[in-house]
Design a protein around this ligand. Structure first.
Ligand SMILES: Nc1ncnc2c1ncn2[C@@H]1O[C@H](COP(=O)(O)OP(=O)(O)OP(=O)(O)O)[C@@H](O)[C@H]1O
Ligand SMILES: NC(=O)c1ccc[n+]([C@@H]2O[C@H](COP(=O)(O)O)[C@@H](O)[C@H]2O)c1
Length: 278
């Protein structure tokens, strides 16, 4: 018994993020709000960097929680949200090829949200891009190329604040020696800032202990409804041939099944590919 057909995966639009390469890349801005609605707020774009192998409902929920948090507790107005899947060069265990991860993020964003976008820039690079460089890319595209957004009264253009959106486990790695360059930390947390969603298994106080110099730029978001889903657990369920329905968006489930991702054969073939390429 299955509640998902493997044949109803919609084809990607020719201009979709998942069809972009280094040769035809264009910064996606179709859902970026180009004019503010509220005059006294600072326009904000949220960028979540990660593996997204595969994307889960929690990855999507992070944006909703951050949007609520920004509206209720800060003077920011969220004008856009981007998922930035990491390049294959990251070589983390369980990382499906980037073309699939970008398409899964795109399906999730297009089918479940009216404001989230996927930027394939990082994913299509042959080299790994540190997160500081990814945020610089957003700064360049949104404030440099697009010139920020129009103010609510339409009389002036305003620069957009770019911020990293991440889970507490990611921020806790910032205190682990050797994982982040000191100058990158200062750039990310000093110049940009971060919204951090608490995650079970990570003590927020410990995670932030070494990040005191930047605490004014770090916004901590509590999950009112704890959701402990992770991509690792999804991959595990798939390997055991167990259902993942209601854990990740159904078009993503259809896509995984149609492309036979995260099966034992899939991991075997990627290991074979790795050893063949050595
Ligand atoms: N359940 C969760 N609660 C809070 N943050 C989360 C949760 N799942 C993912 N995140 C955050 O989403 C971002 C992208 O994470 P990533 O793609 O590495 O997901 P993951 O589920 O942690 O993956 P994996 O299980 O493969 O390590 C990270 O900042 C991570 O902290
Ligand atoms: N030095 C860095 O810029 C740095 C270090 C660790 C993780 N990251 C980023 O964090 C994200 C999540 O990484 P993990 O899936 O390993 O938790 C990825 O996008 C990765 O690029 C960046």
């Amino acid at each position: 018994m299955t509640s998902h057909s493997t044949t109803n995966v919609p084809p990607a639009h020719p201009n979709a993020a998942s069809n972009m390469t280094l040769n035809n890349y264009r910064f996606p801005s179709h859902r970026l709000r180009r004019q503010q609605e509220e005059p006294d707020r600072i326009p904000l774009v949220l960028v979540a960097c990660g593996s997204f192998s595969p994307i889960t409902y929690l990855h999507l929920r992070m944006f909703e929680m951050a949007n609520d948090y920004a509206r209720m507790n800060t003077s920011f107005e969220v004008v856009g949200g981007y998922l930035s899947p990491v390049s294959d060069a990251y070589k983390k265990a369980g990382l499906a090829p980037s073309v699939h991860r970008v398409r899964m993020c795109e399906l999730a964003a297009e089918e479940t949200s009216d404001w989230l976008m996927v930027d394939p820039y990082e994913a299509i690079q042959p080299e790994y891009s540190p997160t500081a460089a990814v945020l610089d890319h957003f700064e360049h595209e949104i404030n440099g190329v697009l010139g920020g957004v129009l103010s609510a009264d339409g009389q002036s253009r305003r620069p957009v604040k770019i911020m990293l959106l991440a889970g507490a486990d990611l921020i806790s790695t910032m205190s682990t020696p050797g994982v982040w360059a000191e100058k990158d930390l200062d750039h990310i947390l000093g110049s940009f800032g971060a919204m951090i969603v608490e995650r079970s298994g990570t003590d927020m106080e410990d995670a932030l202990a070494n990040l005191k110099p930047w605490e004014e730029n770090i916004y901590v978001i509590q999950q009112m409804i704890q959701n402990d889903v992770s991509s690792t657990k999804i991959r595990l369920l798939l390997k055991r041939d167990l259902s993942i329905t209601y854990l990740i968006p159904s078009p993503v489930i259809d896509y995984i099944r149609a492309n036979r991702l995260y099966t034992d054969e899939d991991s075997k073939s990627s290991k074979d590919k790795q050893s063949a390429s050595k």
